[in-house]
Structure formats: structure tokens, C-alpha cells
Write a new protein. Structure first.
Length: 107
């Protein structure tokens, strides 16, 4: 999972994990632990709205908040096609597509 170093420090503090360097994020167990914790926090922040949480995971919470405040995207995340960052727009769409596929296969 991709996670910025500053975010990793915040997550480590929350988890009471002795984080000492960015190299630790190359350890799969640490990376997944931190990434999942951060995404869980985002889901809580956005009332379990996976669309907004995914957008925030990729583009940052500040950008998502600005998009909502400026009417670029809706607060319910129903219009993700309007996400202005191409990378984030594609990221959210791909993750949601894959999520639907996995649900069809495994649920």
C-alpha cells in the first residue's frame, strides 16, 4: 500500500508502534498494517463512504474537503467521475471496479 512518511508517523503513533524510518514501510507486514489502519481511519472520517475514503487515501483529505466545499464533488461521494485529479479519478474507479469483481467472485 502506498503511504506517505508523515502519515506513517501519525499511524505509528496511534498504534503505539516504534516507527524509526521510512525503510520500515518496505516491510510488507508493517506496510499493510499502517495502510489498513489509515484507510480504516478514513472510512470512519467519511462515515463509511468508500468513494470519499478512497479519494482521500489517494489525493489527501485536504483535497477531498476542498472539492466538496467547492461543489466539485458531492458530500455523499455519488459523483466520483468529477474528481479533478486524473490519477485519483482513475484510482478510485479501478479500486471500486475490482471491489465489485471480488464481491461477485467471493461473496
Amino acid at each position: 500500500m502506498q503511504i506517505m512518511e508523515e502519515t506513517a508517523k501519525e499511524v505509528a503513533n496511534e498504534l503505539e508502534y516504534n516507527y524509526t524510518s521510512i525503510e520500515e514501510l518496505y516491510n510488507p507486514e508493517t506496510n499493510i498494517l499502517f495502510g489498513i489502519k489509515y484507510f480504516t481511519n478514513l472510512l470512519e472520517d467519511y462515515d463509511n463512504n468508500i468513494n470519499l475514503a478512497l479519494a482521500a487515501y489517494n489525493a489527501g483529505t485536504g483535497n477531498v474537503q476542498k472539492w466538496i466545499e467547492n461543489g466539485i464533488i458531492q458530500a455523499d461521494g455519488s459523483d466520483i467521475e468529477n474528481i479533478p485529479f486524473k490519477e485519483t479519478n482513475n484510482y478510485v474507479r479501478k479500486i471500486l471496479r475490482d471491489y465489485r469483481i471480488y464481491n461477485e467472485i467471493y461473496c
